[in-house]
Design a protein around this ligand. Sequence first.
Ligand SMILES: [Zn+2]
Length: 443
Amino acid sequence: MISCAARELFEEVGVLLARGSRTLTTGQLASLLDDLESKRMSWPELLRHYGLHLDASDFTFVGRWVTPPFAPRRFDTWFFLVSSPPKQEPRVTPDSELESGEWITAREAHAKWERSEVIAVPPVLHALETLAGGLTDDLVERFLSVPEAHREPTRRIEFHPNYICFPVRTPTKPPATHTNCYLIYNSNEILVIDPGSPYGDEQAALAKCVDSFVTGARTVREILLTHVHPDHVAGVNALNDHLEKAQGARVPVAAHRVTAESLQNQVSVDRFIEDTEVLELNGEPAIKLRALDTPGHARGHLCFHDERTGALISGDNIVGYGSVLIDPPEGNMRDYLASLARMRALPQLSVLFGGHGPAIANPYEKIDEYIAHRRQREELILAAVREGASTPKEIVARVYTDVSPKAHAMAERAVLAHLEKLIADGLVSEQTDGEYLATQTKR
Ligand SMILES: [Zn+2]
């Protein structure tokens, strides 16, 4: 692991932490890096060739973290504390996996997170907080003072201050296995968005997390729902039962009118949220969320936009993992594309907090990618219809060649959504026998 850490450090930021490297010139270091990146030499060969060796005492173990359950890429990562050798300075190397880099103090990096200018994953945030506390004698102890530094799975993730992402296990659409519940809080109030797990153990874990934020001064104000799907609403009643026992009263549930109607007899919705309505938390810091009616994945789908920080709770319109299914009649492709365009037009989006998977730090690129993907599918589907494919099954066989046959039933639902849009656009017509034909109009 130490050797691995030393190699990564050299490859990604150009710092070579090997004994014997101090006499190497900057030019020699650059040629070593080139030898490694061009794979002319393996890491052990390189060390041997230049008479270098690693010393374990240069690396202080400061924790081992595993990724939260929602993440598609699994990491079980060892962290070490090292001193940068003299005359070497970390920088982003040309072939690095890093997008950008700057050399700033831990305190300043942490302050950037506090100002919501950057998002940070849990081990990085912990490292920044710990280093910002100063290089004290108990530094290593402080690094190791949280259970997550000992492989305890991370459950709550504070990508932005005051925004807690708490993924809960749900019977959702594979490959996703969890739905993100969000807790947004300030000094006085907490909003809970989409408590979606039907499982008792997960409901209990969420209740415990919510309880940890409730204080004498701070209470749960409302439970908000982004949309009607079971993996977003199945834990609402359990959470409210818990809150009734714990704090003596249920909290109001708020959702779009259409969602409320669909959920009749399952969840009682106390308040309707209207398009562009602003939800403002009482207390400090001031947090204002603007509700956006963004149907397409589901009727009555809501997103919540924090105009100060540029964060957008995107529900299932954009997700960090897996794909978004548009399944008629709940799903509507025309509405969906209009909703994506509306989200794209928001000023200063900084991050998307989706219903599944990690946060998305490049919102505009991601939305553009979603729009381009749908447009491309639509063109292929229209071309297939023009070439004589007349049923969703035939169209799937021609267009969804990249999808496994097991997923074909789902792909047919998506094709149907595209066909409905093409009919509305006047490019396709549905015959009385249920077949689809291209109209004569050319684009
Ligand atoms: Zn959904």
